[in-house]
Design a protein around this ligand. Sequence first.
Ligand code: SF4
Length: 142
Amino acid sequence: MTKGDSSELWYKDGLKFSCSGCGDCCTGAPGFVWVDQSETQAIADSLGIPREDFEDQYTRKIGLRRSLKEFSNGDCVFFDNETRKCEVYGSRPRQCKTWPFWDSNLRTPEDWERTCEECPGSGTGKLHQLVEIEDRRKSVKI
Ligand code: SF4
């Protein structure tokens, strides 16, 4: 396989994913939802507040980067526990939009199997074509 040739990727025939809306990926064990300035701006705009206020209130600095804050139980700060929905879904960060087609989930079939065990929507439902998977995989480095 030549470098950049995607025709021999193990998932070249596509992968299935349809979100069931369980909310598991937004809750539970602590983690990071990385946001850059364009993403904090987009969410701040959707909330109608200045970006600086948004960053102070809803994000934390980790080294040079920023991540969304979490509640003490690990749930994302924008996860509504009653509706089990994201409160900023329309302007959600790239990391959330591209799930589950992250590099770390696609390296090997075993990585994808692990992802399917963690996320009930992965491995079922709509078949996503290689071009879309690769678009999503390349737009975040996770
Ligand atoms: S864990 Fe998977 S099925 Fe559940 S909300 Fe997240 S993406 Fe959807």
